[in-house]
Each structure stands twice: as C-alpha cells, then as structure tokens.
Design a protein around this ligand. Structure first.
Ligand SMILES: Nc1ncnc2c1ncn2[C@@H]1O[C@H](COP(=O)(O)OP(=O)(O)OP(=O)(O)O)[C@@H](O)[C@H]1O
Ligand SMILES: [Mg+2]
Length: 256
C-alpha cells in the first residue's frame, strides 16, 4: 500500500464528537450533542429516533450540506469538517448521492434530464451522460418513462428517478432522508428492494427513517435520541408498539 492508498484502508466515514446548535429567536438549541459514528464500506444503516432527535441534521452533516460546530469528520480518510462551500460541493458531487422524501425533481425536465443533472457541470460528453442515465433509468425500472416529466409520473416512479439521479456520479455513499415517507407500503417495498440491490453492488447507504419496514431492510440500525447515539446494532427488531424512542434492545449487539 502506498501513502496515496491510505484512504482505502480508512473507514468510509468517521464522525467524532460532532456537535451542532441552532439559534432561533435568540435561544440556542443544542441539536447534536457529541455524535460519534463510524461508517464502514458496504454499510446499509438506518438512522432512527423520534421527531426532532437530530437525524436530518446528522444526515446533512454526513452529506456536507451542513458543517458541525465542533468535532471531526473524515470521509475516505480525509478531513472534511470545515471545508468551504466550493470544496464541500466538489466532495459531495464526487462521493455522495442524496434522496429526499419530496423527490426534488426539476418539474419541467424529463426523467432523463433529471437524472443527468449532476453531470451538467462536469465537462462529460452529453452522449456518454445520456447513455449512463438511460442505463440507470433501466436499472430502476423506468426504461419506458425516460421522456416523462415528474407530473406524469407516480410518486414511486418519481422516487426512482431521484434514486437514479443520486447514483449518476457513482457515489460511495447514498444518503436518504425518509425516502419512503410519501409512498404506500407496496411501493416502499419496491424502493427498498432497489436500495438493497444498490447496497449489494457496493454503495454504502444511510437512510433516515420512521418506517419500521425501511429500518428492517437495513443491515445496521443506529438510534439517535436527543442529539446522541443511544444504540448501534443489527437490523431493527420488528416494532412491538410503534417506533418508540427508548434505546433499542439491539444496543449491545455491536457492529456487524
Ligand atoms: N436550520 C435550523 N434552524 C433552527 N433549528 C433547526 C434547524 N434545523 C434543525 N433545527 C432544529 O433541530 C432539531 C432537530 O431537527 P432534525 O430535523 O434534525 O430532526 P429529525 O430527527 O430529522 O426530526 P424528524 O423525524 O421530524 O424529521 C429540531 O428541534 C429542529 O427544530
Ligand atoms: Mg428529519
């Protein structure tokens, strides 16, 4: 191994003592109070916890959409805490893909154009971008919908487009915030099967979810409570009485 290969041996992502506060109406709220989390290559991790516990805030920091107030974050062995906007956006476009509950597709652009969007400023040839976008739309089962705009697609189909878009730059890490939050159970199942397929092909995934079905599809479950990690273990157990916020029984299971 040469010094240049050092990042390959490092965990995919390593957060240490991450804190983040927000000030609103003159009052400071400590949302993340010292989060430490190691993400391994190949992880499929569900971030669970009650509303307001800090899951999305943590996901935004993992995705370099936000910066912590203190703590360290190494992505592929390189320090990424404190990068300026331009540097963060470069790291994001190279290593990270996002899927959100509300899809965030361009309303006037076709499925194909939406998927190609992350490649628009990379200098890649249009024909090669088009070819990759077609292959991704095929992978998510939308080969026959490439010319449709979002309004002509169902919710599940729109989420497939946003998934294909997230994969366009071949990210190491796919981050999803309640990706099945707007979908019915059957459609969610289809989307989760795609997540599992994507994970099996080597992309690491972190998914924020309230949905037990989604948490069970993941291979590791991390529970956040009041800005701290309170449990980190195997797949979430089937819910006995809803998605409560008590530390999970899997807390002692350790890392997979
Ligand atoms: N930009 C912001 N400005 C002020 N407060 C914020 C901001 N972002 C998040 N918060 C606050 O941080 C807390 C945690 O928010 P976060 O969105 O991380 O929770 P969550 O666990 O994702 O909740 P949910 O499950 O409801 O999506 C909330 O009290 C929220 O009001
Ligand atoms: Mg949230």
């Amino acid at each position: 191994m040469t010094p240049g290969d050092a990042h390959i041996a490092a965990p995919l992502a390593e957060l240490r003592d991450i804190t983040r506060s927000f000030v609103q109406a003159g009052r400071e709220t400590r949302v993340l109070r010292g989060i430490s989390l190691t993400l391994h290559r190949g992880d499929f991790l569900a971030l669970v916890g009650s509303s307001g516990s800090g899951k999305s805030t943590l996901l935004h920091i993992l995705g370099l959409l936000d910066q912590p107030d203190s703590g360290t974050y190494a992505l592929n062995g390189r320090d990424v805490a404190g990068l300026d906007d331009e540097a963060a956006s470069l790291v994001r476009s190279r290593f990270i893909g996002f899927v959100f509950q509300s899809f965030y597709l361009m309303p006037r652009a076709s499925a194909l154009e939406n998927v190609m969007l992350p490649g628009m400023y990379t200098g890649e040839r249009l024909s090669s971008m088009r070819e990759r976008a077609m292959a991704l739309l095929d992978q998510v089962g939308l080969a026959d919908r490439v010319g449709h705009i979002p309004a002509q697609l169902s919710g599940g189909q729109q989420q497939r487009v946003s998934l294909a878009r997230a994969l366009f730059n071949e990210p190491d890490l796919l981050l999803a915030d309640e990706p099945t939050g707007q979908l019915d159970a059957a459609t969610s199942e289809d989307i989760l099967a795609l997540f599992q397929e994507i994970n099996a092909s080597g992309t690491s995934i972190v998914v924020v979810t309230h949905d037990p079905q989604t948490a069970q599809a993941a291979r590791r479950s991390v529970r956040v409570h009041d800005g701290l990690v309170v449990a980190d273990g195997g797949p979430a157990p089937a819910p006995a009485c809803g998605d409560g916020d008590a530390p999970s029984a899997t807390a002692s299971a350790g890392l997979p």
